[in-house]
Design a protein around this ligand. Structure first.
Ligand code: PEP
Length: 256
């Protein structure tokens, strides 16, 4: 079945010295049985990626290197941006696309998100497409409508076989970095809705696509979230900065 994927989004934290220390402490806390049960990715700032790539390769750490975003063009006059080509050269495996902070702070549209999803796939990396509603949208009963729109627009012109191997992260905006998380049942309901929508759009991809939940995940709530039928992993922000807490989340199956 679907192997869980637990991803740490470091956001704008950890310079490259801190990043090296953090990944080494994380690797020390994890064992081969953890990697057999769970895929792990770490999404570091761009300035850390080359250092992390080296440590991962030299120390043979089975953690996947991840990026937090990417431009869609291969090269050009896009000051401050980084291309999928550049990330692929660093052996980046997973790229977060459409994180709510990118959508809300930096104004990324569904159309931008779709271009990025396709560009990441074209360089043989896996996009983690983030979707999620704001608190106002939830209160007005529009959660599924919003998430379905983000999915439909984000996946435009992506083939079923590509969708099957990608990752979708359900991250309610009101739960990110707030300490408020969706109940396992609420998260499951939306993740199930996402799988149904994928089945609607692509008959063959819905059994294989991995769906993560993200929003104030910690060691204490990870086991109950991971028990839900349609939650195949977790996207973890704040708690992934601390290798002890992040390893507790990755070992969710032992905490129950
Ligand atoms: C995130 O950054 O994707 C996230 C879910 O953050 P946090 O775990 O801190 O809520």
């Amino acid at each position: 079945m679907r192997k869980p994927l637990i991803s740490g989004n470091w956001k704008m934290h950890h310079n490259h010295f801190e990043a090296i220390q953090t990944i080494q402490r994380l690797a020390y806390a994890l064992s081969s049985s953890d990697y057999e049960s769970v895929d792990v990715s770490v999404h570091a700032p761009f300035t850390d990626l080359r250092s992390l790539q080296t440590v991962i390769e030299v120390d043979q750490i089975p953690i996947n290197l991840g990026a937090q975003h990417s431009h869609w063009e291969e090269k050009g006059a896009f000051t401050g941006e980084v291309s999928p080509e550049m990330l692929a050269k660093l052996n980046v495996s997973f790229v977060i696309v459409g994180h709510s902070e990118r959508r809300h702070i930096f104004g990324e549209s569904d159309e931008d998100v779709n271009k990025k999803v396709r560009a990441v796939i074209a360089k043989e990396m896996t996009p983690i497409l983030c979707v999620g509603e704001t608190s106002e949208e939830r209160e007005s009963g529009r959660t599924l409508e919003i998430v379905e729109r983000q999915l439909k627009e984000g996946l435009k012109e992506v083939k079923a076989s590509e969708v099957a191997s990608m990752v979708i992260a359900y991250e309610p905006v009101w739960a990110i970095g707030t300490g408020k998380n969706a109940t396992p049942e609420d998260a499951q309901e939306v993740c199930k809705g996402i799988r149904i929508k994928v089945a609607d759009l692509y008959k063959t991809a819905s059994d294989d696509v991995r769906i993560q939940y993200g929003g104030s995940v910690k060691g204490v709530n990870a086991p109950d979230l991971m028990k839900q039928a349609d939650i195949d992993g977790l996207l973890v922000g704040g708690a992934s900065l601390d290798p002890d807490e992040f390893s507790r989340i990755i070992k969710y199956r032992l905490l129950d």
